[in-house]
Design a protein around this ligand. Structure first.
Ligand code: NAD
Ligand code: UD1
Length: 339
């Protein structure tokens, strides 16, 4: 199948391009490199032996998107293209609504008009907010979003659901709610490229281990968890990439009793505390990470991890790569980009 991968030069998109190719699909990247570098295509060429076909342009530009759909026989779409910095979205809400909602609407419109049957959307566990119970199930309520970024994921899910249901069977779609993606391809040739000072834990940790940052601050040790630090569900980006292939396979399958639109958690089902993650990194890499306890970060929730039964049962997918490998893969990638 020819799969259009918007945001395919990004962190999760690039790993998905690899897994799509390994599964026998033909990925077609659409990206304007606003949060990635063209050099990711060199990394992909090293891994795959050839350069994936790439269209450089903006997903919110309907004319540009139309030229891609006219030029290619597209069988399915994976829509990653979005901005993702929570803090920036609070400062610049219109930038986030314009880009994240605009790109979804534009790509979805072309998908429908060109009769493409399968669409996978990047949603986030952030739609659950502070959960009432753990692990989090898909049937648990979404909570009011605490940032414009989070709101674009909730609105995005609703747009996809409504559009899919209105298409009367011509489109089938899945929203994947990612928990915390970490890690990198084992070759060390592609990975996450945070621009500026990282907000997320693992890039900050690996930059500290590499000596680029003085010390990692653990945001709070007075949460109601065993060691007082926050708990998250860290999932290897390659496992996450494979969940997209499982989603597409399901959408392409002929089972008609399945809902036209559905949502799935993509997590390991295991919670790891910040302190445990730092300890695991130090043990697995042998590298000490200077760290100190600081105050809580505004907006953080105490614990968040997935019930991943639905995706295992229905799509036959479950996470396979352990946290230890995710951290050593992140470290290998960090060393490659620092060198
Ligand atoms: P990323 O920034 O690495 O990748 C996104 C890619 O989309 C980038 O290459 C960027 O240049 C491109 N892009 C953005 N807007 C575009 C536009 N209008 N036109 C063309 N290209 C555009 O981010 P990522 O971590 O790979 O995230 C991918 C998706 O997954 C996003 O939708 C994100 O919100 C979602 N998500 C990510 C996480 C995470 O922790 N990384 C968690 C939950 C959900
Ligand atoms: C954050 C976003 C979330 C987004 C996700 C992926 C917020 C509030 N949430 O999730 O919406 O989907 O990133 O981009 O921004 N931590 C430290 N020190 C650090 C960095 C993080 O202790 O320097 C802790 C945090 O308190 C948290 C954990 O590490 O407990 C994970 O943080 P992070 O990687 O930023 O992810 P989330 O906050 O879960």
């Amino acid at each position: 199948m020819n799969i259009l991968v918007t945001g395919g030069a990004g962190y999760i998109g690039s790993h998905t391009v690899v897994e799509l190719t390994k599964a026998g699909h033909v990925p077609i990247i659409l990206d304007d490199f606003r949060n990635s570098r063209e050099s990711v295509l060199d990394g992909l060429e090293t891994i795959l032996g050839s350069r994936p076909k790439t269209y450089v342009g903006d997903c919110t530009d309907a004319d540009f998107v139309e030229t891609v759909f006219l030029a290619e026989q597209i069988d399915g779409v994976i829509h990653f293209a979005a901005l993702k910095a929570v803090g920036e979205s609070i400062e610049k809400p219109l930038l986030y609504y314009r880009n994240n909602i605009g790109s979804l609407v534009t790509v979805l419109d072309a998908t429908l008009r060109h009769g493409v049957k399968a669409f996978v959307f990047s949603s986030s566990a952030t739609v659950y907010g502070e959960p009432d119970s753990l692990p989090i199930k898909e049937t648990d309520p979404r909570k009011p979003a605490t940032s414009p970024y989070g709101n674009t994921k909730q609105i995005g899910e609703d747009i996809l659901r409504d559009t899919t249901l209105a298409s009367a069977g011509s489109l089938r779609s899945i929203a994947l709610r990612y928990f915390n993606p970490i890690g990198a391809h084992e070759s060390g040739t592609i990975g996450e490229l945070p621009l500026g000072i990282p907000n997320n834990l693992v890039p900050y940790l690996t930059q500290t281990a590499a000596g680029l940052r003085e010390r990692l601050t653990i945001f709070g040790d007075d949460y109601e968890t065993a060691d007082g630090t926050c708990i998250r569900d860290y999932i290897h980006v390659v496992d996450l990439a494979r969940a997209h292939i499982a989603a597409l396979d399901h959408l392409f399958s002929s089972e008609t009793d399945q809902p036209a639109y559905d949502v799935y958690n993509v997590g390991t089902g295991h919670g790891t505390s910040v302190a445990e993650l730092v300890e695991t990194f130090e043990r697995e890499t042998g590298v000490k990470v200077p760290h100190a306890i600081g105050p809580r970060r505004h907006g953080d929730i105490s614990s968040c991890y997935a019930n991943a039964d639905k995706i295992r049962r229905t799509l036959g997918w479950s996470a396979e790569i352990p946290l230890s490998q995710a951290l050593t893969d992140s470290w290998r990638w960090q060393q490659n980009i620092t060198a």
